[in-house]
Design a protein around this ligand. Structure first.
Ligand SMILES: *Cc1c(COP(=O)(O)O)cnc(C)c1O
Length: 346
C-alpha cells in the first residue's frame, strides 16, 4: 500500500509510521530485537534517562533513488559514533551489528513511508538509547533500551537552495570546554535550547557558537558543524567541543576528490572577514549556506554570500553529496548501504 502523502511538503517533524524496533540490555546482555506498533514506552519513574540525562541518539537517512533502490547513507559511521557517545555517558554501547540490523529492519518494515525519488524527501532514521534502571543516587544504569524509529521528512530547502543568517554571541555556550560536546546526547540540546530560541526570535537560523574556553575561535553552528571557504580552501573548526559530523567528514573527502584543499584547525572569528562562503553542515541539509553572520557583541556583520546566493564550492559539494545519496553518481567510497542487496556485517 502506498501512502497518499504530499511528500515534498512534509516538514522536519514527526509523521507516524507503522513500526519501530527495540532491544533491551538486561542481565549483562542485549536481548531479542522486538518489533512494535506502539509509539509509547512504559518506564520506571526513577529511570536514569529521566533524572540524570542518560540519553543518546543518532540521525541518518534512507533515500529512494531514481533507480528505485533504497540507500542508507554511512550507517556504519553512525553506529561507531553511537558507541563513542555511549562510552562518553557511561552507557552500554550498542554493538554495531545490532545497530545496523535494527536500522535496516526499521526501514524495511516502514517501506511504504520511504518517499519517492522525485519528491526530494527522505526517510529519517532516529536511533536512540536510554538508561532504564531506577537511580536516585547518581550512578549509571545497568539496564538500557535501544530503539530505532523512522519518520518521512520533506526536502530541507522547500523554497530552493538558498541562504540564511546566523549570529555570534558570547552570552551562551552550547557545551563546556571539556564537556560532552563530542557526544550526541539530548542533554547538549537541552542546554542550547534557550540560546537557539533567542536566536530564532531575532530572525537568525541559529547561533554560530564560539569555543567555550577562550571565545576566540569558531565552534559548532547551532546543532550543526561549520565550514567556510577562504582563499579557495575548505576550512572547518578543529575543537574538542564539536560533534564529529559524518556529513562534514564526507564533504572533506569530496573536497579531496575535487582538488579543494582542506584545513581542519582553529578559526579565529575575525577570519570570517576573509571568507567568501560558509555553511552549516549536517544530515538534514547537507550544507545550509550562510548569508550574513552578525556578531551581536561587536556589532560587526560578516557577509558570507556577497550576492545573496549560495557560493560555488557550497553548491558543488551539496550537489555532489546528494547525487551520491540518491544513487545518481558512482559511490566510489562505498558510503551507501543498499537495502535488500547489501548485508549487515557481523
Ligand atoms: C548530529 C549533529 C551534527 C551533524 O552530524 P551529521 O552526522 O553530519 O548529521 C552536528 N552537530 C551536532 C551538535 C549534532 O548533534
Amino acid at each position: 500500500m502506498k501512502e497518499d502523502i504530499n511528500w515534498a511538503a512534509l516538514p522536519f517533524g514527526y509523521y507516524p509510521t507503522d513500526y519501530n524496533v527495540r532491544c533491551t540490555f538486561r542481565d549483562g546482555k542485549w536481548g531479542e530485537i522486538e518489533v512494535t506498533q506502539s509509539e509509547t514506552l512504559s518506564l520506571h519513574i526513577g529511570a536514569t534517562c529521566l533524572h540524570y540525562g542518560q540519553e543518546i541518539f543518532e540521525g541518518l537517512k534512507a533515500f529512494r533513488g531514481k533507480d528505485g533502490k533504497v540507500r542508507i547513507f554511512r550507517m556504519d559511521e553512525n553506529a561507531k559514533r553511537m558507541r563513542r557517545s555511549a562510552e562518553g555517558l557511561m552507557m552500554e554501547p550498542v554493538p554495531e551489528e545490532i545497530f545496523n540490523k535494527m536500522c535496516v529492519m526499521a526501514v524495511e518494515l516502514n517501506e511504504r513511508f520511504i518517499p519517492p525519488y522525485e519528491s526530494g524527501a527522505s526517510l529519517y532514521i532516529r536511533p536512540l538509547e536510554i538508561g532504564l534502571s531506577p537511580r536516585i543516587g547518581v550512578k549509571p544504569a545497568t539496564e538500557y533500551m535501544f530503539i530505532v524509529m523512522v519518520t518521512p521528512v520533506g526536502p530541507y530547502f522547500k523554497q530552493g537552495f538558498g541562504v540564511s543568517n546566523y549570529c555570534i554571541t558570547r552570552a551562551h555556550d552550547r557545551v563546556a570546554p571539556k564537556g560532552t560536546g563530542q557526544f550526541k546526547c539530548g542533554g547538549n540540546y537541552a542546554a542550547a535550547m534557550r540560546a537557539g530560541e533567542e536566536a530564532h526570535d531575532k530572525g537568525y537560523s541559529a547561533i554560530l557558537f564560539l569555543d567555550p574556553l577562550e571565545k576566540k575561535y569558531l565552534d559548532e553552528c547551532g546543532p550543526a558543524n561549520f565550514f567556510a571557504v577562504k582563499d579557495g580552501k575548505y576550512i572547518t573548526p578543529a575543537s574538542e567541543s564539536i560533534l564529529p559530523s559524518i556529513t562534514n567528514m564526507s564533504l572533506m573527502t569530496l573536497c579531496e576528490d575535487m582538488g579543494i584543499p582542506v584545513e581542519r584547525r582553529h578559526i579565529l572569528v575575525e577570519e570570517l572577514a576573509d571568507c567568501s562562503e560558509a555553511a552549516a553542515i549536517g544530515t538534514a541539509a547537507v550544507a545550509s549556506p550562510i548569508g550574513n553572520i552578525d556578531d551581536l557583541d561587536t556589532g560587526k556583520t560578516y557577509v558570507m554570500a556577497r550576492d545573496g546566493k549560495p557560493g560555488p564550492v557550497t553548491t558543488a559539494l551539496y550537489e555532489k553529496l546528494n547525487a551520491i545519496r540518491y544513487g545518481l553518481e558512482d559511490d566510489i567510497h562505498g558510503w551507501n548501504f543498499i537495502v535488500g542487496e547489501d548485508r549487515v556485517n557481523a
